[in-house]
Design a protein. Structure first.
Ligand SMILES: Cc1cc2nc3c(=O)[nH]c(=O)nc-3n(C[C@H](O)[C@H](O)[C@H](O)COP(=O)(O)O)c2cc1C
Length: 205
């Protein structure tokens, strides 16, 4: 086996740190928020996952902007206590990528990417109308993570899902068929994947 400590990958001939290729595929939380003045913000986060089921809790991990200030998603979630996690279908991959642009605070990536926003039921941020699934979330807490760079932070932001929107076109006989929307996930480097087939296994007991 090849062994390296984080940050020492080049000693073993890796051109880039392969960590994100190993912890993959990672689902993408496409996080919509509103600032205190109600202005929409949308950005993708692939340090994202579900952490519990009853109740459903999700988490996304964020770095900071190049000047060390919080990214807009973190800033808005902590200011308002709400966010929406939109799920990215293959059809929306280009728009998702467009929303990763670093705009000044208060400028709306949803409009920039040509996406329509619709009102949620229980939270103020808009959800992406074209997303097959959107999870309305109530902010729970932020956990500060270690950072190798003293001028930048890393944070994990937790939210409880309090409302779920599902496109009926992805539901068949009471079950969701993910191959109908092919969720986009992040691998390492600039690589992505989608789910094109599924198989089943049942637990031993
Ligand atoms: C597919 C994808 C996944 C991303 N995942 C993350 C992530 O997990 N954490 C992060 O800090 N930035 C991530 N980014 C970069 C942010 O989307 C980008 O910094 C964005 O401008 C943040 O926007 P905000 O300031 O509106 O929150 C990702 C970008 C892309 C395209």
């Amino acid at each position: 086996m090849i062994f390296y400590e984080p940050g020492r990958h080049k000693d073993q001939g890796f051109r880039h740190d392969p960590f994100k290729a190993f912890v993959s595929p990672r689902p993408i939380g496409w996080i919509s928020t509103a600032d205190a003045e109600g202005r929409t913000n949308l950005a993708p986060y692939s340090f994202f996952n579900a952490m519990s089921f009853l109740p459903p809790v999700v988490v996304f991990g964020t770095g900071t902007r190049s000047d060390g200030s919080p990214k807009d998603s973190q800033r808005n979630v902590e200011a308002t206590g709400e966010f929406v996690c939109n799920i990215v279908s293959e059809a929306l991959k280009e728009q998702m990528n467009k929303t990763a642009v670093h705009l000044p605070h208060g400028e709306d990536e949803m409009t920039l990417a040509g996406l329509e926003g619709v009102a949620c039921q229980k939270v103020k941020p808009l959800r992406v109308a074209a997303a097959p699934v959107a999870l309305e979330c109530r902010y729970l807490q932020t956990v500060a993570l270690p950072s190798w760079d003293p001028t930048h932070g890393n944070y994990a932001i937790f939210g409880e899902v309090i409302g779920v929107h599902v496109d009926p076109a992805i539901v068949e006989d009471g079950l969701v068929d993910v191959t109908r929307y092919r969720p986009v996930s992040r691998l390492g480097y600039f690589d992505y994947s989608t789910v094109t087939e599924v198989f089943q296994m049942f637990r031993p007991d």
